[in-house]
Design a binder for this molecule. Sequence first.
Ligand SMILES: C[S@@+](CC[C@H](N)C(=O)[O-])C[C@H]1O[C@@H](n2cnc3c(N)ncnc32)[C@H](O)[C@@H]1O
Ligand SMILES: Nc1nc2[nH]cc(C(=O)O)c2c(=O)[nH]1
Ligand code: SF4
Ligand SMILES: [Mg+2]
Length: 224
Amino acid sequence: MSRLPVNEIFETIQGEGQFTGMPAVFLRLQGCPVGCPWCDTRHTWEVEPEHQVDPERIIGVSGDRPIWAYYDEARLVALLTDGRYSARHLVITGGEPCLYDLTELTRLMHAAGWRCQIETSGCVEVRCDEQTWVTVSPKIGMKGGLTVLPQALERADEIKHPIATERHIEELDALLADQPLPRHPQICLQPISTKKRATQLAIDTCIKRNWRLSVQTHKYLEID
Ligand SMILES: C[S@@+](CC[C@H](N)C(=O)[O-])C[C@H]1O[C@@H](n2cnc3c(N)ncnc32)[C@H](O)[C@@H]1O
Ligand SMILES: Nc1nc2[nH]cc(C(=O)O)c2c(=O)[nH]1
Ligand code: SF4
Ligand SMILES: [Mg+2]
């Protein structure tokens, strides 16, 4: 068992990537050292002792707050499987969820009949059950000084790249040039912050390359 700092747990529709449209429970873990300038969850970056709260406080209420509570795997699995949720798809996101070893949590959730998906930058080693769907959103040259690891790209079931300019596409090409991808991940482009120009560039590039478009549908729908 280990202690995981949890920022929020809420049920919604997966808004991004290949599982777009899937009812899902989101488990957002606190802490991220990567430092993307356009990050839409900056409140998850720091794990500040003064922002620790009681575990009950972070359930079912979604919001951009830097609070977090410790949960161990047994308590999380008990909560997620006690009948309050209809979804059977768990999205583990953050912050950077792979700062933590997710092997036990994903193993227990698969044993309970759920599908697990991890959303990760790929900048730290991915530790999870073999059956887990891993979405790597590679981060290159961000201000935290980390960069995406070959281990994460090799584990990827999906590569979902946030883009705003041609440079982001060139960076992805360079990253994937000699990289083995044994799981043959689908490559998706995701426009940064639903910006019009970024979206048009993503559409044009996806058509040209036969890649997949991932728009953040929850932002258009104004849901969590
Ligand atoms: C908030 S991150 C958390 C998980 C992990 N740290 C990561 O970056 O994959 C979840 C997803 O949102 C994407 N994302 C974050 N901010 C975004 C933005 N402003 N526009 C588009 N995608 C964004 C990330 O690239 C990632 O795919
Ligand atoms: N609906 C919804 N879908 C999402 N897909 C990835 C998200 C994330 O923040 O990791 C996210 C999110 O925050 N909300
Ligand atoms: S890696 Fe993910 S959580 Fe961390 S700063 Fe980048 S988008 Fe935000
Ligand atoms: Mg989000």
